[in-house]
Design a binder for this molecule. Structure first.
Ligand code: SF4
Ligand code: SF4
Length: 179
């Protein structure tokens, strides 16, 4: 299978620079409001602040994948001797908690890197973080080329033309009987 170049977008988080201002939550929820910028509500943001102001701990967490089932195990974090809630820094939209769920519909929220047309120069939360705690980076990676369904169909069509449908079905039946 041939390799293709894929652009990987990342946001590096510099915790030492974050002061918990929550501008990132505000602009993310406003950008994704419908109509755009018509409202802001941190509960609709795809980045959430884990905050402990007394101990000066602020951790931005990005919304990741949806999961239909909770994990078997739970992560606990200890930072500067303070223990944080289980699941506190997890990115998943998961049945065990309300984080990263659209408050009205309950639908999962996931960071989409501010996909837009035309594309944003940088994700909005990066642009609005005046403390430079969020740093946008792009890099290229080589990955296996995905087989497109169209290509599979064309390949199958050519085989049917060459060998006939019956012969192909017989062969598939024979292969699937093998263990
Ligand atoms: S990159 Fe865009 S979608 Fe993702 S958290 Fe930041 S503002 Fe929200
Ligand atoms: S905008 Fe920057 S400094 Fe403010 S809470 Fe978000 S990451 Fe932290």
């Amino acid at each position: 299978m041939s390799k293709v170049k894929k652009k990987v977008k990342t946001i590096r988080i510099d915790l030492d620079k974050c002061n918990g201002c929550r501008a990132c939550e505000m602009i993310c929820s406003a950008f994704h409001a419908n109509p755009r910028y018509s409202s802001n509500n941190p509960a609709r943001s795809r980045i959430r602040m884990i905050r402990d102001p007394i101990r000066d701990v602020y951790v931005p967490v990005y919304a990741g994948e949806y999961t239909s089932a909770e994990c078997m195990g739970r992560d606990k974090y200890v930072i500067d001797g303070k223990e944080y809630d289980e699941c506190g820094f997890c990115r998943a939209s998961c049945p065990s908690r309300d984080a990263f769920k659209e408050p009205d519909s309950g639908l999962p929220l996931k960071c989409d890197m501010c996909e837009d047309d035309p594309a944003q120069e940088k994700p909005l939360c990066v642009q609005w973080c005046l403390n430079d705690a969020l740093i946008y980076e792009e890099r290229e990676e080589e990955v296996e080329e995905e087989v497109k369904l169209d290509d599979v169909e064309v390949g199958l069509g050519a085989m049917v033309d060459k060998y006939g449908l019956e012969k192909i079905m017989d062969t598939v039946a024979r292969i699937s009987k093998k263990d």
